[in-house]
Design a protein. Structure first.
Length: 579
């Protein structure tokens, strides 16, 4: 076989194989295409089925919600019809009772009992809107009015929720002579209502709002308030006798002739309020805020006050007699004619307060501070005090006679003209930097060294009843009688000597040795550090001198730079003319 024939056969074989392969690929594609159509139909069918099921589920849920809403509406309608029927039946039955007893159910004991039972029963069945309708019906029928001629219907033990008394008041603003005693009111609203001659004694108020109202001649005695709002409000002649008040807001209120006798007040806010003729004897006050308030003629006699804030307040004619004050803040407060006799004060703060005619006679004070306060005509006589702070206090002419002052501090205070006669345990009291001018210490338990650091003890009466004198800032200014030499002075002419005074046998004086020639003597006095200029900004050094005619004295003020900033000449003639 020739090579050409062999090549021809090989080419034929290759062509045959290619054709066979093409047939196989074609068959595979045809087979796959035959499968794709049923598969697509299957997937499409499954998706359609899922969508139909979800739509059916949503339709069922929508139908259920609609049915439930319809049933709820039907129940509400049934409840409304039931409550309307009960309300109408109550009004009819009570109307029959009123007609039978000439408009006064209380006139008959049986009718009063029947009316009480019916009313308490209807309260338990009606919603707040219809409940207030019942109250309005009874109020307009004068069954809730307590007068001398007619007593109110007894509704004690009633429990009322979400009652808005504006629906009872005339024009939603006036509610007079209503009596609802010994009931419980939760979330009660009295906003903007003017009430007079009302009686809510013995009630329990849980969340009540009286703001923007005015209440006069009202009785809240023996009542419990929890979270009540009286801000702002006008109260006049309101009785809170033996009342328990918790978290009550009276801020910005105008409070006149209000009585809190024997009441308990916790977490009460009286800030920025005005209290006039208020009475709180034997009351218990805790966590109460009187900051920036004004109190006029207010009594806290025998009361207990703990954690109370009176800062920046104004107190005029306020009585704390026999009261107990624990951790009370009077800082920056103005107190006029405020009385604390026989009171107990612990950790009370009068920082920077102004007290005019305060009376602490026979009081017991411990850890009480009057730092930087101003006391005018203060009375601390017979006081039992310990660990007191009068630092930088101004208490001119204060009386501490017969008091006990243990471990107290009067440093840098101005207590001139004060009296400490017969004070006990004064020997542990600090007077560093204090002004003790003409202070009386006669018959007092103290030691001499206590006065050494005082700013001034001039003319103070010492325990031995002798007069104290300040140290002379001019060294050898009185002329030492024990020497004829001129010490501590600078002389320009040694024509000066010391001789016995012609007016006093105990003093000496400077004189010229020869009248034919004059003399000059000078001394520099250092006033730096002699007193605290911050504590005594208006202080002055006082010069007392006795001189004869012909003597001239020149005073020069020299600053820290050794410059003369002031100059004044004095003579006997000048002194006589200017004084």
């Amino acid at each position: 076989m020739t090579s050409k024939e062999q090549d021809a056969r090989m080419d034929e074989s290759v062509l045959v194989n290619r054709q066979r392969n093409r047939l196989k690929l074609k068959d595979v594609l045809q087979f796959l295409s035959s499968l794709l159509l049923p598969l697509a139909l299957g997937v499409f069918t499954i998706v359609i089925t899922f969508q139909q099921q979800e739509a059916a589920k949503q339709q069922r849920e929508g139908d259920q919600r609609a049915a439930e809403l319809q049933r709820e509406q039907e129940r509400n309608l049934d409840e409304q019809r039931y409550q309307n029927e009960r309300f109408d039946t109550y009004i009819k039955e009570m109307g029959d009772l009123l007609e039978k007893h000439n408009g006064s159910i209380i006139s008959s004991e049986v009718a009063a009992t029947l009316g009480r039972v019916k009313t308490l029963n209807i309260f338990r069945q009606l919603d707040p809107q219809r409940t207030i309708g019942v109250i309005r019906f009874l109020y307009e029928a004068k069954q809730l009015t307590n007068t001398q001629e007619n007593h109110s219907l007894d509704l004690s033990t009633a429990n009322l929720l979400d009652i808005d008394f504006r629906d009872t008041a005339i024009n939603a603003k006036q509610l007079d002579k209503i009596s609802l005693k010994s009931i419980s009111l939760s979330n009660a609203t009295f906003v903007g209502i003017k009430m007079s001659h009302v009686n809510f004694s013995g009630n329990q108020f849980y969340v009540a709002n009286f703001s923007l109202g005015r209440i006069s001649d009202a009785d809240f005695s023996f009542t419990i308030f929890n979270n009540a709002n009286f801000s702002p409000i006008q109260l006049d002649n309101v009785n809170f006798l033996s009342t328990e008040l918790n978290s009550v807001n009276f801020s910005f209120g105008d409070i006149r002739s209000v009585y809190f006798e024997s009441s308990s007040l916790r977490s009460i806010n009286f800030s920025f309020a005005s209290l006039i003729n208020a009475r709180l004897p034997s009351a218990q006050l805790e966590q109460t805020n009187f900051s920036c308030a004004q109190l006029f003629n207010v009594s806290f006699v025998s009361a207990r006050l703990e954690n109370i804030d009176f800062s920046h307040a104004l107190l005029n004619n306020v009585d704390f007699s026999s009261a107990t004050l624990l951790n009370v803040n009077f800082s920056h407060t103005r107190l006029h004619n405020v009385r604390f006799p026989t009171a107990t004060l612990q950790k009370v703060n009068f920082l920077s307060a102004e007290l005019s005619y305060p009376n602490f006679e026979k009081a017991r004070l411990q850890n009480t501070s009057f730092s930087s306060a101003i006391l005018v005509s203060a009375n601390f006589q017979r006081t039992q005090a310990s660990f007191m702070n009068f630092g930088q206090t101004t208490a001119v002419a204060a009386l501490f006679d017969l008091a006990t002052l243990t471990s107290s501090n009067f440093s840098y205070s101005n207590i001139k003209l004060a009296s400490f006669s017969e004070v006990k345990e004064l020997n542990e009291t600090v007077f560093s930097g204090a002004n003790l001018y003409k202070v009386q210490f006669n018959d007092t338990e103290m030691i001499d060294t206590q006065l050494e650091s005082a700013l001034s003890i001039q003319d103070a009466v010492l325990p031995n009843e002798t007069l104290a004198h300040d140290e002379n800032l001019i060294k050898n200014g009185k002329a030492d009688c024990n020497t004829s030499l001129i010490s501590d002075w600078t002389l320009s002419n040694v024509n000066v000597t010391v001789i016995m005074s012609s007016t006093s046998k105990s003093n000496c004086q400077f004189t010229l040795q020869s009248l034919s020639s004059g003399a000059a003597m000078k001394q520099r006095v250092n006033l730096y550090g002699k007193w605290d200029s911050n504590s005594w900004p208006y202080s002055q050094a006082v010069l007392r001198t006795s001189m004869s005619i012909g003597i001239t004295m020149e005073l020069r003020g020299i600053n820290s730079n050794n410059l003369v900033v002031a100059r004044q000449s004095l003579s006997k003639f000048h002194y006589a003319c200017t004084n």
